[in-house]
Design a protein around this ligand. Structure first.
Ligand code: NAD
Length: 276
């Protein structure tokens, strides 16, 4: 594969770069994921709430690529938290995907006010023990939520998928994850393509390397050790976003991008986000 793996804390290999499908309608997901698989992506990030597990699964099962060569992530939606509801929701996701296991299952949001993420995670531990999920983890968890989970359950999460890009560098979370052996996965790694890709420092680094700003930002993540899951439905961008393993940023480039941190979120604050 074009994309080197990282080794999760349970020994499972996960490609360091994958394809995200948030906001891709189900009837377009099959085409987008097919394009991504043809371009060399071997990791796909979906979620029950994205409503495109069927299209995503069809692309995977009809690709001709052996199942064990594709890393599939899906996520448990908020309304399904709780032990029994989680087991039911997992069955539904698996059925929609048309698969008999997933590689990574994530709790989508912690919803601390509902106080259900520990019970939810205990159901994840059962799914893992039953061999239906190769790795379990969380998304949008603060270190305080992870500390509680680690204290009250047995399996340390393999991954925490959080909003992370040059304007929101998440130093405290990254440091905590490293201490605990949890992989940091960056969502909206391109800052959703909004202002970030026009920032002069990034444009200058892109010109210096003969690359695009998106490639430079993805390269910054990879060199920091983050897992990234950029999204696009445009074939040329899908290809561009995986062509990032044949150049590297130097220390000066990395420092210039690291200087762009503003602790500025695009998405909601996980401490208070409570829909669904
Ligand atoms: P992203 O940072 O990947 O940006 C995607 C957007 O950037 C595209 O829609 C396009 O407008 C632009 N873009 C992509 N490639 C480009 C290129 N080469 N050149 C110029 N512009 C380009 O944002 P995202 O989709 O929000 O995040 C990626 C994935 O992360 C999602 O698809 C989803 O799988 C995941 N995600 C997870 C959560 C969560 O709560 N766990 C939340 C949001 C996203």
């Amino acid at each position: 594969s074009k994309v080197p793996p990282i080794i999760l804390n349970n020994g499972v290999e996960m490609p360091q770069l994958g394809f995200g499908v948030w906001q891709v309608p189900d009837d377009e997901a099959q085409q987008a994921v097919t394009t991504a698989l043809e371009a060399g992506y071997r990791s796909i990030d979906t979620a029950a709430i994205y409503g495109n597990e069927e299209g995503t699964g069809k692309a995977i099962t009809s690709s001709g690529i052996p199942r064990e060569d594709v890393f599939v992530t899906t996520k448990l939606w908020n309304s399904d938290q709780g032990y029994d509801a989680t087991l039911r929701a997992f069955d539904t996701s698996l059925e929609k995907l048309g698969l008999d296991y997933v590689d990574l299952y994530l709790i989508h949001w912690p919803l601390p006010a509902r106080d259900k993420y520990v019970d939810t995670y205990k159901a994840f531990e059962k799914l893992h023990a039953d061999g239906r999920v190769r790795a379990i983890g969380v998304s949008n968890f603060y270190p305080e939520h992870l500390r509680r989970l680690i204290a009250e359950t047995s399996v340390i999460p393999a991954v925490n998928q959080i909003e992370l890009h040059p304007h929101l560098q998440q130093h405290a979370s990254r440091e905590f994850h490293a201490e605990q052996g949890i992989a940091t996965e960056a969502w909206s790694p391109l800052g959703q393509g909004k202002g970030l890709l026009e920032v002069p420092a990034i444009v200058a680094i892109a010109q210096k390397h003969g690359r695009t700003p998106a490639q430079v930002v993805l390269r910054w993540h990879l060199q920091l050790g983050n897992v990234v899951i950029p999204k696009s439905v445009t074939p040329s961008r899908i290809k561009e976003n995986i062509e990032v393993f044949d150049f590297s940023l130097d220390t000066e480039d990395l420092a210039a991008i690291s200087a762009l941190n503003e602790d500025r979120r695009i998405g909601p604050d996980p401490a208070t986000f409570d829909i669904g």
